[in-house]
Design a protein around this ligand. Structure first.
Ligand code: 5GP
Length: 190
């Protein structure tokens, strides 16, 4: 996605440890026009999938997910990272955070993820695929079907993408980073 790639090169910042900071336009300050373009592109790429719900994990996936849900007229569910005291009847799994280097519980209500659901999972980044694996586990517990997974940015030098594709998941990444070595952003050509 050309406009996204140009923006990453213009406003993305590289940090040691293979971390790309995009908080000027994706996950702190957000550019709603770019987010709309991202959602339109996801919708185009998943056009052949029969979907009734968009699913994500708080917090950074919520913006692209809600844009998609709005444009597709579908409900959006975000998995929560903290158990609300008012939530019972829930499914839970453990996810290792790549950026924070710790495990956390991810929770979703059984009311909002059911065997009737055919979902697309969207998130800002795909790195080692731990968040995606957590969603796979929650969908397995719920009996829901994953129709595909969309990531704004995939870091191809980490193994999440390979894992998901090897496991038969349709993965769509709008920008693929080949390397952040020497703090230089190298994007995969389209
Ligand atoms: P994964 O679960 O695939 O290992 O990592 C994905 C999650 O970690 C994303 O939800 C994202 O929030 C965070 N993440 C992974 N890599 C990066 C990165 O390079 N930059 C930022 N800002 N977040 C990242």
């Amino acid at each position: 996605m050309k406009v996204l790639k140009e923006r990453i090169l213009k406003d993305g910042k590289c940090y040691p440890g293979g971390i790309l900071k995009v908080d000027k336009f994706i996950n702190h300050q957000m550019d709603p026009n770019l987010m709309k373009d991202i959602a339109v592109e996801f919708i185009r790429r998943f056009a052949s999938s029969k979907v009734n719900k968009i699913i994500t994990i708080e917090a950074s996936g919520i913006a692209p997910a809600i844009m998609m849900g709005f444009l597709m007229n579908l409900p959006v569910v975000f998995a929560k990272k903290k158990k609300p005291s008012t939530l019972d009847n829930m499914l839970t799994t453990k996810v290792t955070s790549f950026t924070k280097q710790r495990d956390y519980d991810v929770i979703i209500s059984k009311d909002y993820l059911t065997p009737d659901d055919h979902v697309i999972f969207v998130d800002d980044f795909l790195a080692n695929g731990n968040a995606a694996k957590g969603i796979i586990d929650l969908c397995r517990q719920a009996g829901a079907t994953i129709e595909g997974m969309g990531f704004i940015i995939e870091k191809a030098f980490q193994d999440g993408g390979q894992y998901l594709r090897d496991n038969g998941i349709k993965v769509e990444s709008l920008a693929i980073i080949e390397s952040l070595d020497n703090c230089e952003i190298k994007l995969k050509e389209a």
